[in-house]
Design a protein around this ligand. Sequence first.
Ligand code: MRU
Length: 369
Amino acid sequence: MKPTTRIDTVSWLSADGSIHFSPSPEALRPGGKLRIIDQRALPAHLEYLRIDTLEEACDAIQTLAVRGAPAIGCAAALALAAVTGKSGTANQEALLKEVMKNARVLMESRPTAVNLAWALNRCTARIVTGNGGGTEQIKESLLREALSILEEDIALCARIGEYGRTLLHDGMGILTHCNAGALAAGGDGTALAPIYAAHAGGMKLKVFSDETRPLLQGARLTAWELKQGGVDVSVICDNMAARLMREGRIQAVIVGADRIAANGDTANKIGTYSVAIAARYHRIPFYVATPYSTFDMSLSSGEQIPIEQRAPGEVTSFAGVKTAPDGVSVCNPAFDVTPHSLIRAFITDRGIIRPPFEKNLVVFQSIQR
Ligand code: MRU
């Protein structure tokens, strides 16, 4: 199933130019490339990038041409398959070493979203060797797994949408932060999936999208894709949310996640924590929508989540225009951690998970997909 919003953020372009989202025999033919929407150009232009080298893939991830936790996982997995597919290494052992090295390089391209390492580890763990298949077998098995991850992500988003819509009702005002929609995933997204599902069922919702400084994912991307989908959306500056809550215009907050520790502490785009505090003060439910791949059960709390620090220039200028004086000191963490105590529930592909999270997340992990 393709995303209902038809935003093909990450796709596989086979040698004959056809577009694929699953491991069909046509998609698995040699000579394909990763294709992504170049999110740096939005909302002004809808442009696509074709990626078939490691350098192009790392650059696209680091410069946020592709971004959002599930999307970078899908893109990195397909990039690894694309790069491996082009490799001229004839020896099986040597190719395996090359794949592991390239996977490590991709994994290091951004530190916070766990989906990146999760997807790459899943691909390298499922490489098939033996039976005389040689290097072609390695290439095909990597591509098959990467396309399965993309196909699965589309289904996970749809399930998050179905579970999440049960929490919504007609006339509701919903605040979201950053972009956790179709541009951030293989499918319809995480935080926006319940909104799309409810909208498709005829529910009338009013979405407020925080602009999300410094890179404006909320204003540029969330507003763009919700408008594409015909959802009623207003962009607000990040410092306006508390006022709207006080005015009674927001009945729920839904955000995505980049990494969730075993106790439920959640890393997401910088500013999410402040929104959660404001929501608690106004007694508004704060939901985190996420697939199972964003949980990192190896971390006991959010203290252990690595937080990406980005370049000062992202804060001191925008689109080439200076917004702060030359040489001023800057602090630019890309993410913050919302303590689990502020989270009403996780909206996941396996249902709604409520507190106590330490216990219920363990049960959640054991539920079969
Ligand atoms: O820096 P970004 O744009 O990659 O940050 C993205 C977010 O913080 C999203 O909210 C998160 O990845 C969830 S996407 C479904």
